[in-house]
Design a protein around this ligand. Structure first.
Ligand code: NAI
Ligand code: MG
Length: 503
């Protein structure tokens, strides 16, 4: 099945009798457009290494065109001025339209990323819809402040939209993470320029189609495809009319963005890397802890910032836990991402695959390979895909790069510990501080340990439980600022006080 194209009349000419390829174009001022210089790049399916689509390759002038459209819509259009209820109704409608197109969006996401179709259908796409539904509700309930000085003087503090905001998003959860930013930004009345990851341009293009069908006022939502450094991404962070950047991705990219954005003093929020820890104490319910720890490590091929990519197991139960972990890992079905029973698909790209393989080689030298460790070709036609067995190491020192660096792939070190304090110290030993998951039946221990862990979110006897009202973001090198609930609504707005003296 092909990815639905944005403009059926605009597909590339058929070559060698093959069906024409979709073209993903920018979406600017309510229209799909090519790059001003006509340039394109290729979008590949990582499971097959086949060409999926050609994509408009945006540069600074394309960003400028989108930012100008966004600015005009903000200054002259209805979006920031309409009643909050009308705006929230529109966001709800967009959420509904995402659900109506759930299957097409899920297929596009799976072809673009290599992730299992079940995950796209049941995870990514419903959550993208939920982001719109949730922020429509949350924005409608946001309260503003008023302070009474005396009966004749009152100070009102309201939240105003920022204007044009830039959103830069990664490839691991493409539509899920893009909508996590788009929905609150729009809810607060901003106009948006989205620069999706170059590896995964499909669903952002389809979201633009949805915006067009929903008659969102032109210029309120814009998409510019392209690369990061010296290209569309950087140009967005440099543009003087862009008031804020919300970014999710790699730490080094966050640093680059901060540098460039400092020239124009932009407001920033960053969700960066993680090295999440699962900590299993001897009194944990292993029948719950082990399968959850394995899912935490390998869901989305380990390419989730919230992945539990280190597993700390109390020494007293290590011997008992290891065979259970091995069995759970061996039960993970690596296969064709399009098959519903597949639980692990392809990694995103050759670069990422090679990076992960280098860590696997290092693990084989420094530690003991417990299970996995080899690239595989799970089925015919997938020989060129980036499939890797879920891989677990033991006997690695906590200082090993495998225990410290964000690998962003299906590689899990198991690290034994003796005391609570050992566990806390090792969990805190990386530069990251995004998430951890703690397993024990003793609530006081869970409390002590979660207090000791420096992370934006600690799960106790669960993993990946997310309530969209709670703040989301990381400590230390994992990020700056929080998104979710009122935190996102506050980021995408600014406070303004008007002090009244009545007469
Ligand atoms: P990346 O940070 O380079 O890309 C994320 C987004 O930033 C993309 O849209 C990209 O075009 C844009 N970008 C890149 N350089 C930019 C610049 N100088 N200015 C403005 N925008 C720029 O991440 P990449 O290279 O795709 O993945 C590499 C590593 O990053 C992964 O191996 C993983 O460790 C980490 N990562 C973490 C994620 C998370 O959720 N925390 C998500 C994706 C990647
Ligand atoms: Mg792709």
């Amino acid at each position: 099945m092909p990815i639905p194209t944005n403009q059926p009349g605009q597909t590339a000419p058929a070559a060698d009798g093959k069906p024409p390829l979709p073209q993903f174009r920018h979406f600017v001022d309510g229209q799909f457009v090519d790059s001003l210089n006509g340039a394109t790049f290729d979008d590949m399916n990582p499971a097959t290494d086949e060409l999926l689509a050609t994509v408009a390759r945006g540069e600074a002038q394309d960003i400028d065109r989108a930012v100008q459209a966004a600015k005009k819509s903000f200054e002259e259009g209805p979006w920031a001025r309409m009643p909050i209820k009308a705006r929230c109704d529109k966001l709800r409608e967009i959420g509904d339209r995402i659900l109506e197109r759930r299957e097409a969006l899920a297929l596009a996401e799976t072809l673009d990323t290599g992730k299992p179709i079940t995950e796209s259908l049941e995870g990514d796409i419903p959550r993208a819809a939920q982001n719109f539904h949730f922020f429509a509700e949350a924005a409608g309930q946001l309260h503003e402040e008023s302070y009474t000085i005396d009966p004749m003087e009152r100070h009102f503090t309201s939240r105003e939209p920022l204007g044009v905001v830039g959103l830069i998003t990664p490839w691991n959860l493409p539509l899920y993470l893009a909508t996590w930013k788009v929905a609150p930004a729009l809810a607060m009345g901003n106009s948006v320029v989205l620069k999706p990851a170059e590896w995964t341009p499909a669903t952002a293009t389809m979201l633009a189609e949805i915006m067009q069908e929903a008659n969102l006022p032109p210029g309120v939502f814009n998409v510019v495809h392209g690369f990061g450094p010296n290209a569309a991404g950087e140009a967005l962070t440099r543009h003087s009319e862009v008031r804020a950047i919300s970014f999710t991705g790699e730490n080094a990219t966050g640093q680059a963005i901060m540098k460039v954005a400092s020239e124009t003093l932009k407001k920033l929020t960053f969700e960066l890397g993680g090295k999440g820890a699962t900590v299993i104490f001897e009194d944990a319910d292993l029948s719950q802890a082990v399968p959850t720890a394995v899912r935490a490590a390998f869901r989305n091929q380990g390419q989730i910032c919230l992945a539990g990519s280190r597993l700390f197991v109390q020494k007293s139960i290590l011997e008992q836990a290891l065979p259970e972990i091995v069995a759970a890992v061996q039960a993970i079905r690596v296969g064709d991402p399009l098959l519903p029973e597949t639980r692990m698909g392809s990694l995103i790209s050759r670069e990422q695959f090679e990076k992960v393989l280098r860590y696997v080689e290092l693990g084989k030298q420094e530690g003991r390979l417990l299970v996995g460790g080899e690239p595989i070709s799970p089925a015919e036609g997938l020989g060129k895909g980036y499939f890797l067995q879920p891989t677990v190491f033991t006997n690695l020192p906590n200082e090993s790069p495998i225990c410290q660096k964000e690998i962003f792939g299906p590689v899990l070190p198991i690290i034994p510990f003796e005391t609570e304090q050992d566990a806390i110290d090792m969990v805190n030993s990386t530069r990251y501080g995004l998430s951890a998951s703690v397993w024990s039946r003793d609530v006081n221990r869970c409390h002590r340990v979660s207090q000791g862990i420096r992370a934006g979110i600690v799960w106790v006897n669960c993993w990946f439980a997310r309530d969209l009202r709670t703040p989301f973001g990381g400590m230390k090198a994992s990020g700056i600022g929080r998104e979710g609930g009122r935190y996102a609504l506050e980021f995408f707005s600014e406070a303004k006080t008007v002090a009244y003296r009545y007469q």
